[in-house]
Design a protein around this ligand. Structure first.
Ligand code: G3H
Length: 487
């Protein structure tokens, strides 16, 4: 049960109202959501306490943390990661119960996060080594290094409550910023086992952890205008709402990972065995609840019938079950309202002329929903326009490559694309065009964020700033330098 929170280096006890946290996985034969625990319903008072703690720890750049020697900050981070490793089993279990992530994916999320922290420490050492060098241009010597930005408010998403949250929090901390972190609504209890590790690894006030609704906790913090960085992975509605609260939003640095609508484009000479496997991974992994998921599939007219037939059969053969079931590929969705939303999108598409291609598509029992392959999808359908973040696979066919390219150019999003075809490696003009529309072009493979050393970003409404082991350290810092003349 989550009845504690971390502010100013103290684990405080919460005696106020709480919200129960349920799992959509039922522990009984008769379907009944499982009560997992409860979290504090915090408000303005606790939020402003956390802000004060972060401001005092930063102390206008004079605090212990922003002025600490690099080697000492590294010791703190290494202490934290060692303590975190002890919590693997508990966190993996909570990932399965809270968000319905399969056992292998939950283990991967944990291990990937540990690796992310360890790689960040190494990258930080490199950055520091690089900054030890002096430059000289036109008689002026410079010693350029990277310094912190101030107080970072950090909000993570429910689909990667550990990994993506830490992809923001860890680089923000190690660069000397002080932080306030509020976990997402789902995947919140799994932060509990780490509260002590945060408290015992960093000086007081460097990491402050709050629980509650974003509106109640994050908004009052933003209103003070004292936050220097808003770091959020989630939806643009929340990001915009928070940004607007800041009275001097031009002074606010944004590190945002937002919506995407990544397309797969399947050329007529594509190897269909490989393509189908990759498109299945891209559309159904974690039930499509990934910003990097393939959310629209363009298949060439010449191979449309064969693709739809083979793809639909393979989707229906995937194994559905609970996260710990052996070989499971599809699991229940953590958001209680999701089945109704998915049904609305399906009804809208069916009314506008699409049909569900796979026998099991759209069938559901409570929050266990079979992915629905929809064809032909048109641009007036909600499923084409909305990110949906779930198990619907909209398919469009094309005759001319200009058709998907035009759609991508018109889209509000620009994160990634997957291009499937025999000779894609040689299609440089097409690849160059795609790279001008999105930030990552995947050849004969589905879209993904990792490996985490590669830049993770997007054009248009998909992102602000770049994350990765390398880039995030830069996103959460500013270059400062010492200059002197040769005289
Ligand atoms: O939700 C967006 C995540 O960044 C997806 O990450 O490609 O590693 O699953 P992933």
């Amino acid at each position: 049960d989550q009845k504690q929170y971390l502010v100013a280096g103290e684990l405080k006890k919460w005696n106020g109202n709480t919200t129960q946290v349920f799992s959509t996985i039922s522990s009984s034969e008769e379907y009944k959501p499982t009560l997992l625990g409860s979290i504090p319903d915090m408000g303005e008072v606790e939020a402003l306490d956390a802000l004060d703690a972060a401001l005092s720890a930063y102390d206008k750049g004079q605090g212990v943390w922003p002025t600490m020697k690099v080697k000492d900050r590294i010791v703190c981070m290494e202490t934290f990661v060692e303590k975190m490793k002890e919590k693997r089993a508990e966190i993996v279990k909570l990932l399965m119960w809270e968000i319905g992530k399969s056992l292998p994916d939950s283990q991967k999320e944990f291990d990937r996060t540990v690796e992310y922290i360890e790689d960040t420490v190494e990258e930080y050492k490199d950055l520091d080594r690089g900054s030890a060098k002096f430059q000289k241009h036109q008689g002026v010597y410079a010693h350029i290094r990277r310094g912190p930005l101030g107080v970072v408010l950090c909000l993570g998403p429910y689909n990667y409550p550990l990994n993506e949250t830490f992809a923001l929090l860890i680089p923000a901390i190690i660069m000397g910023n002080t932080t306030i972190f509020k976990p997402a609504k789902h995947g919140v209890l799994l932060i509990t086992p780490l509260l002590e590790a945060f408290r015992d690894s960093f000086p007081k006030g460097v990491v402050n952890i709050l629980f509650g609704r974003g509106r109640a906790v994050a908004a009052p913090i933003m209103k003070t205008g004292k936050v220097d960085v808003l770091a959020l992975i989630g939806n643009s509605k929340s990001a915009n709402a928070l940004q607007e609260q800041h009275p001097k939003s031009n002074r606010l640095r944004l590190v945002l990972g937002l919506e995407a609508k990544n397309p797969a484009i399947i050329l007529p000479d594509a190897d269909l065995d490989l393509t189908i496997d990759e498109v299945i991974a891209g559309t159904t992994s974690f039930n499509g609840q990934r910003c990097t998921a393939l959310k629209v599939v363009y298949v060439h007219e010449d191979i449309k019938t064969e693709f739809l037939d083979r793809f639909s059969k393979k989707i229906d053969a995937l194994k559905f079950g609970n996260p710990w079931d052996n070989g499971v590929k599809l699991t229940p969705l953590p958001e209680p309202g999701k089945p109704a939303y998915i049904q609305e999108l399906l009804d809208d598409a069916l009314a506008k002329g699409a049909s569900i291609q796979n026998d099991k598509g759209g069938q559901h029992s409570e929050n266990y929903i079979w992915p629905a392959v929809l064809y032909p999808v048109s641009k007036d359908m909600r499923v084409y326009q909305e990110e949906q973040f779930g198990p619907i696979i909209p398919v469009l066919s094309f005759k001319d490559i200009e058709e998907p390219l035009d759609d991508m150019a018109e889209s509000n999003y620009g994160q990634q694309v997957s291009l499937f075809g025999k000779d894609v490696y040689t299609l440089s003009p097409l690849i160059d065009t795609l790279a001008n529309l999105v930030c990552r072009v995947n050849l004969n493979s589905s879209c993904q964020r990792g490996p985490d050393v590669y830049p993770f970003t997007g054009r248009k409404d998909s992102a602000q700033a770049t994350l990765s082991v390398h880039d995030a350290l830069r996103s959460f810092s500013i270059r400062t330098f010492l200059a002197f003349k040769d005289n």
